[in-house]
Design a protein around this ligand. Sequence first.
Ligand SMILES: C[S@@+](CC[C@H](N)C(=O)[O-])C[C@H]1O[C@@H](n2cnc3c(N)ncnc32)[C@H](O)[C@@H]1O
Length: 415
Amino acid sequence: MPTADGPTTVTRYATLDDAEAITDYHHRCWLTTFATYVEGDVSGLAPQLDRWLERLAPESDFTTAIVAVEGKAIAHVTIRGNELVNLFVDPNHHRAGHGRTLLRVGERMLALAGHTDVELHTMVANEPAKALYTRFGWTITGEILDEVSGDLRWQESVLRKTLPPVGHVEANREHWDADAPNWVESGRRAWGDDPSWGEVGTPESELHLLSDIDGLDVIELGCGTGYLASWCLKAGAASVVGLDNSIAQLRTAQTLQTEFEQPFPLVWADAERSPFADGCCDLIISEYGSAIWCDPNVWIPEAARLLRPGGRLIFLGTSAVLSLCCGDFETDPTSTTLQRPQRNMLRFAWPDDDCVEYHTSHGDMIKILRGSRFVIDDLVELYSAADDDRPPAHFDREWAKSWPAEEIWVAHLPS
Ligand SMILES: C[S@@+](CC[C@H](N)C(=O)[O-])C[C@H]1O[C@@H](n2cnc3c(N)ncnc32)[C@H](O)[C@@H]1O
């Protein structure tokens, strides 16, 4: 999440180690900004380290996310129940966009905790905060009096908002339409490079997944910038069609088709409900497309519908073990301990992002594939090469030298 504070800025859950930094700017907010909003003298207020140690304790029912610059907390959002309890930014880091970022994160945390009708309180006199909240769709519904002690008091506005349910196709379309510009250059490189698989980058010359597709009709589900479809054409496919849910991604694919002089049809649609006829192709392929953005209980039966008898399905996504070991925030390090249960794992939504992903256990994926009549040919687990010293992908490359970060399922329908 780039901000004016630069690349060392990360958003993550707060831990007890952040208590002192939060207490420090929380206190400075009182002495500077809030002093003008309250009735009474704030100069005698003590910093509230104990309160933050309590709130950040693992057993606390408060959840706090922070923005940290070079490891140090400079802003936080705290929720409890259906309430957004706190949104504070260090006065030295105002006007860098952290309030907006953390308001989105806080709303997301409330939605992921299952709340739709949510509430927050802010000082009536705090016009900048009220302007931010109302811009984000919060409505002022009343006022209450708050008192720290008999001679320190202020009026609070009560604000409420109804959060929309997190629907994956629409949420992912919005996400990819906004994110598309960030994928143009990597897409361009992939169009020009020799084929390789995943962020790990295992060369096709090792895996031979496209070695016998001569004369096949191919559909790529969630084609994004379209490089995989272009590799299929170069590998001898009779035809390829790229389908994607994001019009902005398809515009990039179109631009790259022109640059590389390799046109093929592009279709704007949802891979869970494609507009194609039954039995229209021989190979369905996806690399981080429908493979992770669509519900496998829906898109895999849909792929079976599109394939002719004997047709093949190849898809690559995040490995099951990485889905269990990654943190909730994008910048969290990949852990060597499990971060969540495997039981019922399927739908993943994140506090720092507005998209929804799908990842299943191997057992569940076998059930889904077999339930759609597929015969499973292979499950290729991809590790980082021993000498891979590139910057992290959505996983740490050192981690991926010991555990597979990505996996490729290969299956076919009976003839
Ligand atoms: C990481 S990109 C991968 C695509 C391609 N391999 C690339 O890197 O350009 C993920 C793509 O999946 C698409 N996608 C997400 N949900 C989809 C859906 N329901 N149907 C079709 N495409 C979808 C997104 O719009 C995005 O272009």
